[in-house]
Design a protein around this ligand. Structure first.
Ligand SMILES: Cc1cc2nc3c(=O)[nH]c(=O)nc-3n(C[C@H](O)[C@H](O)[C@H](O)COP(=O)(O)O)c2cc1C
Length: 202
């Protein structure tokens, strides 16, 4: 098991091939899915990160549009998944299955207003790019981006349930502060965040 290693000469981290160990049936994962807000300080391995991001919103079909594990309205695929780790903040590039470095800084505390987010081993941040959401009435973009995020977040919940990880999806976010920290563009909007870590054994 390896944790993430940043090579500062490149601006990305290659993720290993996602491996989903079939230790739990889908039915068992449904039964154990729940929100948890306490995490062990243990970092997630890069193998876990790979499987988690792929499950959430990875490419599962090599067709023209690179079909994804979660649906999106009009197949816009407008949601970017940011992985905010102690080593830095990254944008998940699903086609290349790698993490693009945004900032080599620990921005975890900026991903939400609850105390646990600063020490959660991983905080995912879901960001919708409204400029990709064409042919829709103004006002419907936020609604559809929220729905599209929900599918990804639930994929992450089910992956976490199957892998024995703790997770909670979150709307309590200072969006302006986080958008600035992540250097988002004017057309990008933060929808939700989701904390992930190993379960804390008390
Ligand atoms: C859209 C949405 C926003 C949420 N926001 C937060 C949040 O900001 N902080 C938090 O601790 N939990 C948040 N939750 C988690 C809910 O509190 C949790 O799903 C609910 O209590 C049901 O518990 P369960 O997920 O264990 O079934 C959110 C859930 C959803 C679906």
């Amino acid at each position: 098991m390896s944790t993430i290693t940043l090579n500062l000469e490149t601006d990305f981290v290659e993720l290993p091939q996602p491996v989903l160990s079939p230790t739990m049936s889908l039915q068992q994962a449904f039964k154990s899915r729940h929100s948890a807000r306490t995490f062990s300080a243990e970092p997630l391995s890069i193998e876990t990160l790979s499987a988690l991001l792929w499950s959430g919103f990875g490419v599962n079909r090599q067709d023209e549009m690179s079909g994804r594990t979660a649906p999106s309205a009009h197949n816009w695929q407008e949601i970017s998944v940011f992985a905010v780790l102690p080593e830095g903040a990254f944008r998940y590039d699903a086609r290349e299955h790698r993490l693009m470095l945004i900032k080599a800084e620990d921005l975890r505390a900026a991903t939400g207003t609850q105390d646990f987010v600063g020490s959660a081993p991983l905080n995912l941040v879901y960001v919708a790019d409204f400029s990709r959401m064409r042919e829709v009435q103004a006002g419907d973009q936020a609604f559809l981006a929220g729905a599209d995020t929900g599918f990804i977040a639930q994929n992450v919940y089910l992956y976490c349930a199957s892998a024995g990880l703790a997770t909670v999806v979150r709307a309590l976010i200072d969006r302006r502060r986080l958008a600035t920290a992540l250097g988002l563009s004017k057309t990008e909007r933060i929808t939700l965040a989701q904390s992930v870590g190993s379960m804390r054994v008390s």
